[in-house]
Each structure stands twice: as C-alpha cells, then as structure tokens.
Write a protein that binds this ligand. Structure first.
Ligand SMILES: [Zn+2]
Length: 463
C-alpha cells in the first residue's frame, strides 16, 4: 500500500517537474495536488510562544498538516505556494459571548431572529476574521440548532461557525417580550431548573447560560439554591455553565458553586475573589468590555473605522455617534470611574493567572455592538486595561476555543482546522493591527471578503 502511494507520488512529482521545467515559480505553484504551502509570514500560533518569523505551514484538506520555519518544513510535491512575506498570520479569532440574530440595522429584537439574519451575522464574523462565535442563551426554537449543524458541517464556506446555548435560564423578573430573555426558561424551583437543563441536552449544547444580576437593584436576582441546582445538573450532564453576573458577592458564591464561565468582568475584585479563582483554576472570565468602555473611548467611531463603514449602515453609525456625544459630564465621570475600576480588577485577575477569554457581548441589546467589529475593539480594550497584546491574542484564540470546546480551532498547529487570518501588520506591536486584515481563511479556503463587502455596501443591510 505504502509502496503504491509512493510510486504514484513519484510519478506525479516527475510529471510536475517535467511540466514546470521552464515555468516560473508562481506558475508552478498552481500545479497543486491538494496541498498548499503558505510561507514567509510572521506566525503567531496562538499558543503564547514567541512568533515564528519567516514561517511555513502546509494546509491539506482544510487542515494544517505541518507548521514550522521556512526551509524546515518538508513540502509535498506538487504543493501550491502562497507567498506571505511581510504579513503576519494569527489563528481565526473566537468570540465566546455574543447575541446572534437580533440586531438588524436600527432595530434589535426577536422580530429579527430569522435563519437569514443569523447567517448574515455569521458572514459578518467571518469578514472580521472571527472563525466561531457562541450565542449566549438567546436562541429559541429548533431552527438555530439545524443551522448550527449546517454551519459546523461547512455548508456555508464563507460563514463562521455558530454555537448555541439554546434558551438560557432566567428568573421571571428578568424576562420581557422584547428583550433577549423573552424565550428563556423561567427558573422558580430547583426541580424545574434541573428539568430545563435536561431539555437542552438532546440539542447538543455545550454551555448553559444563566443570569444572576440585580440590575442595579431593579430586579430580584436568582437565588443561590437555584443556580447551584443549574450548575450541579449541568455538570452531571457534562455541560458547562456561563453566567451573566457582575456583582462581587454573587461572583464569590458562583465560584463556590463551581461556575465555569463568567460572561462579563466582575465589577470589583478583592483578595477573597482572587483566592476563590485560585481554588477554581479552570473557571474562565470573558470580559465583555465594549459597552462599559465606549462611553469613555470610541476613537474608532469618529470618523468610523473603514471596517465599520463597510459593514454598518450610515444611520446606525450616526445613531451611535449621537448617543455617545450626548453623554452628560456626570455620566461621563461615572463611566470613567467604572472603567478604571474594571481595569484595576482585570490587572489583578490577570496577574493572579486567572483564565481570561474573549467574549464581546456583540449584538447585545445595550445597542450598536456591531457583530464582528466588537472582537477588535474588545482586544484593544483588554490591552487598554493592562493585558499585553500577546496575552490578549492567546485569550482570543486558544483560550476561547477551549472555553467553547472547539478542539480543532484556536491554534495554528498540525491537525487543527486551517482557520487563520492574514494581517498586513503585527498585532504584537499594536493590537489594533488585528484590523488590518488582508485575507481570512476558514477550513483552508479563503473567505470571499470582496463579495461579502458588496452585500453590505450602500447601507449595511443585506435584505
Ligand atoms: Zn450577553
């Protein structure tokens, strides 16, 4: 068997050599037998190691098969070649917390939640170099699970992978017909909470979403016995639990109850919280800094960054500009204080080695958190809060893939799906270089960004 393959390879290789005898290198590269060599880029693999300058990696059948230094990587005969000299490659980014299918130009709500709108959002993620995103507890009906399976199977090659937590679990006080918890499971008893978790098991969700927040005293938060039942039942079913909880006391009790993921940064950090995180080293915090920070900093909006102008309608951009411009001095001062406190907390958690991933709350109903774009502002905000670009890139790739159980994403490494972003500049020098996107590849195939951009040009709406 081996011999037959080698013989066949030898014949193919000799034919290619003969055909390419007098052809220039670029022409020869088109004689591909399925493998493609990408060479010359600075490679940031997502594992936290220093970048590989002048790298080479091979993609075959949608996967990385070899990764190393140019000249050290054996190249299959007949491999196509792509010269990435001067570029920087990072793994496909992962947004582990978003709300998919609700936002549509100036409106946001369940009325927009269609297959077409979810798909549009997944195209947006791909356009921005995001390979996968997790909708956090705001999906309903069977449609999202069907679409999820189609997207995971690669039916839409230019779209990011869509993960769903299905319906989240919420106290009744948090639910209204127009908010994103309109279809949540209402949690009133421990038995009911367990039954709701069990209902999600056959939908093959990986995460359960729940809310434990008093909304500044406006609602009664979920009682500890109820979220303990949710977490316990989820763990029995081999599922993880992500919580919206920002209060310090709630966060401590959730850690004691074995929570897996905080979907937002906790508003205060003290010694006891740090100690509890150290006792629960697998618990991950997704920071979701976009809403808290944009009141105090949104340089990307004035004027709008080209990627925003290309994907968001002028009226939606103007509305956000107006909202931010109308911030009162008191509100601005409060926002600055809140941001500074968040940043101090992030520095402490990061220094203590707490696992930090990236989740942006994109598409959320605090308004105009543009799908896909929020990934790039989130990474900038994390650096502004005190993390290094290298740490943020690991958080945005390997860690977030681990949080979502996406074993084949998050790294440029042999065996992983070939999802990567080619950048024109190095994000380790300046994290906003993540926006200088040259090309995006999903499963080894280049995303047709020009075609996607044309969908959104002239208004940002596609349908
Ligand atoms: Zn959210």
């Amino acid at each position: 068997m081996m011999r037959a393959i080698n013989l066949k390879r030898l014949i193919v290789a000799s034919l290619l050599v003969a055909a390419a005898w007098s052809a220039p290198a670029a022409q020869r590269s088109t004689a591909s037998a399925g493998a493609t060599l990408f060479e010359g880029a600075r490679l940031i693999a997502g594992d936290g190691n220093p970048p590989i300058e002048n790298s080479a990696f091979i993609v075959e059948s949608g996967r990385f098969t070899r990764v190393g230094r140019k000249g050290d990587v054996p190249v299959p005969s007949g491999a196509a070649r792509v010269d990435l000299t001067g570029k920087t490659v990072i793994p496909g980014l992962i947004d582990a917390h978003s709300h998919i299918g609700y936002m549509k130009n100036l409106t946001s709500g369940p009325q927009n939640y269609t297959r077409e709108n979810i798909l549009d959002h997944m195209y947006r993620f791909a356009y921005f170099g995001v390979a996968a995103s997790q909708a956090m507890g705001t999906d309903f009906g069977e449609m999202p699970f069907q679409l999820r399976d189609e997207l995971l199977a690669g039916k839409y090659p230019d779209a990011a992978r869509f993960l769903s937590a299905g319906r989240g679990l919420s106290p009744i006080e948090e639910i209204s017909s127009t908010n994103m918890r309109h279809s949540a499971f209402v949690v009133t008893t421990e038995e009911g909470a367990r039954a709701s978790v069990q209902e999600l098991v056959p939908r093959k969700v990986k995460l359960i979403k729940t809310w434990v927040d008093d909304r500044g005293g406006a609602v009664k938060p979920m009682a500890p016995n109820l979220y303990r039942a949710i977490i316990d039942e989820a763990h029995k079913q081999n599922l993880r639990v992500a919580v919206h909880a920002t209060g310090l006391a709630d966060a401590k009790n959730l850690l004691r109850a074995g929570i897996d993921v905080f979907a937002h940064m906790i508003s205060d950090v003290d010694d006891e919280l740090v100690a509890l995180f150290k006792e629960h080293p697998k618990t991950t915090v997704l920071l979701a800094l976009g809403a808290p920070r944009r009141t105090v900093y949104a340089a990307w909006l004035n004027p709008p960054h080209p990627l925003v102008a290309e994907t968001v309608s002028p009226e939606q951009i103007r509305r956000l500009q107006g909202r931010l411009a109308s911030t009162t001095p008191d509100a601005l001062a409060a926002a600055r204080q809140a941001w500074d406190r968040l940043a101090r907390g992030i520095v402490r958690l990061n220094a203590a080695g707490v696992r930090i991933g990236v989740g942006t709350d994109g598409g959320g109903q605090s308004g105009d958190q543009f799908i896909g774009w929020t990934m790039h502002t989130e990474m900038e905000n994390m650096v502004a809060a005190g993390m290094t670009p290298a740490q943020v890139l690991v958080a945005a790739t390997r860690t977030s893939a681990e949080v979502l159980g996406l074993d084949d994403l998050g790294l440029v490494a042999a065996g992983k799906s070939a999802d990567f972003v080619v950048l024109d500049a190095n994000p380790l020098d300046d994290i906003t270089n993540s926006r200088r996107i040259s090309r995006v590849y999903l499963r080894g195939a280049e995303v047709d960004r020009a075609k996607l951009k044309a969908r959104w040009s002239g208004g940002g709406t596609t349908h």
